[in-house]
Design a protein around this ligand. Structure first.
Ligand code: 1GP
Length: 249
């Protein structure tokens, strides 16, 4: 299967050096704030904007935000849905993901089946993604009913990553949980990297250059920054994250 335009962009760009993605959760921003924040983030060197979250209920607002963000940046805008409510026709692509360590089949394949026809109608480019959530105190782990990976046993994340690859998932997201003070450990990232051949996305608790550099050195291709964007004067930390990751756009 031929890769779509947005996925090709991600693969090509992150192959050279890791890139940084800004995550806009529509629950946390007004439409105007989302557009302004994305534009600032792009000026700081982020290469892509993700729009999504685990508790989206207002699809009209999601649409408005995706449109406003699209109009304010020149980089791709990609959906990062937590449920069927996370689909908007106006994005460039969707991370069509399965929450592989959920205990509830709804988050592994149920929501995906319910959303599939809408993705087709929208003509959204679909990027298959395995989603692995670490820790048990984030909104994602609570809503997605996950069974957390023990951080001291990277081999468990590795076998899930390999299963994702054999199932054809060309991207894999290691999620530490939004706002966590305990990001996915570099040892976990590097062990997964040793086996998983697709685009490796890492997020959760990346708020400074050092954490970003560690994740990048361990083998992450894309670093996702969410919460930080809600703090005043986030630009200087974001610039450090972009330079720590080894790439400015
Ligand atoms: C959450 O991994 C993302 O899905 C981003 O996490 O909000 O902690 O940056 P932060």
């Amino acid at each position: 299967m031929k890769l779509g335009r947005t996925e090709r962009f991600l693969v090509e760009r992150s192959k050279i050096k890791p890139i940084v993605a800004a995550l806009i959760d529509p629950e946390d921003f007004t439409v105007t704030e989302a557009a302004a924040t994305s534009s600032e983030a792009e000026k700081c060197g982020v290469s892509v904007v993700l729009v999504g979250g685990s508790t989206i209920s207002d699809q009209h607002k999601l649409d408005l935000i995706v449109r406003a963000v699209k109009a304010s940046v020149s980089c791709p805008v990609i959906l990062f849905p937590g449920n069927v409510t996370g689909i908007s026709h106006h994005a460039d692509a969707i991370l069509f993901s399965s929450l592989l360590n959920s205990t509830n089949p709804y988050f592994i394949i149920g929501a995906q089946a319910l959303g599939a026809m809408e993705v087709r109608r929208s003509k959204l480019e679909s990027i298959p993604m395995g989603y692995l959530v670490f820790g048990d105190s984030s909104a994602t782990s609570f809503i997605g009913q996950t069974r957390s990976f023990p951080r001291s046993k990277p081999s468990l994340a590795v076998i899930y990553a390999m299963a994702a690859q054999y199932l054809g998932m060309r991207t894999l997201y290691l999620e530490g949980g939004s706002g966590t003070s305990d990001p996915v450990p570099p040892e976990v990232i590097s062990q997964v990297r040793a086996y998983y051949e697709g685009v490796l996305i890492v997020g959760g608790g990346i708020t400074d250059g050092k954490t970003a550099a560690r994740a990048a050195r361990a083998g992450a291709n894309i670093l996702v920054v969410g919460n930080l964007l809600q703090t005043k004067g986030f630009q200087s930390s974001l610039r450090q994250i972009v330079s720590g990751s080894g790439r400015s756009a």
